[in-house]
Design a protein around this ligand. Structure first.
Ligand code: CU
Length: 165
């Protein structure tokens, strides 16, 4: 009985942590679960991912990123060039009203250069997002392996299907 109770407590707090404690709001924008993959300490570069939703009536755009743990941070996208995938810097990422933009491995990402702190699993760092309308928002990026993509994606796909037919 005692084991069951503590298991439920643990499960409950981790769910709360995922759904509530790690979302950020700036005006009509919601930033969900910023995260980075752990990397070996020697790695000079890294990347950060998140989901940004625009719940307002006005378009907005992510136009800048910075963090104390990197000498330099850029917005990047992956583009296909024939059979090759390469990444390149972009000036801005538009977030239209009602839209959900995912920063994921192989897609949009925040690129970190000249890391001053290694991306060690179970640590976190501050990242400042600069939005055209909503202004600056500081979020905490958590370092861990890809967050249970199966469970996450199932929810998102279901969500998407409901809105796209
Ligand atoms: Cu990149």
């Amino acid at each position: 009985m005692r084991i069951l109770a503590s298991t439920l407590l643990l499960l409950g707090s981790s769910l709360i942590g995922m759904v509530h404690a790690h979302d950020y709001q700036a005006g009509d924008l919601r930033v969900q679960h910023p995260w980075s993959r752990p990397l070996p300490p020697v790695s000079p570069t890294g990347a950060a991912y998140m989901v940004i939703e625009n719940h307002g009536q006005q378009p907005d755009a992510l136009i800048g990123v910075s963090t104390p743990i990197a000498g330099h941070a850029e917005l990047h996208e992956h583009v296909h060039q024939g059979d090759l995938m390469k990444m390149q810097q972009i000036e801005r990422v538009e977030i239209a009203p009602g839209e959900r933009v995912e920063f994921v491995p192989g897609g949009y990402h925040v690129m970190l250069f000249d890391l001053r702190q290694s991306l060690t699993a179970d640590t976190a760092y501050a990242l400042t997002l600069e939005f055209e309308r909503a202004g600056e928002l500081e979020v905490e990026v958590r370092v861990h392996e890809q967050p249970s993509p199966a469970a996450d994606r199932a929810v998102h796909d279901h969500h998407g299907q409901g809105h796209h037919h």
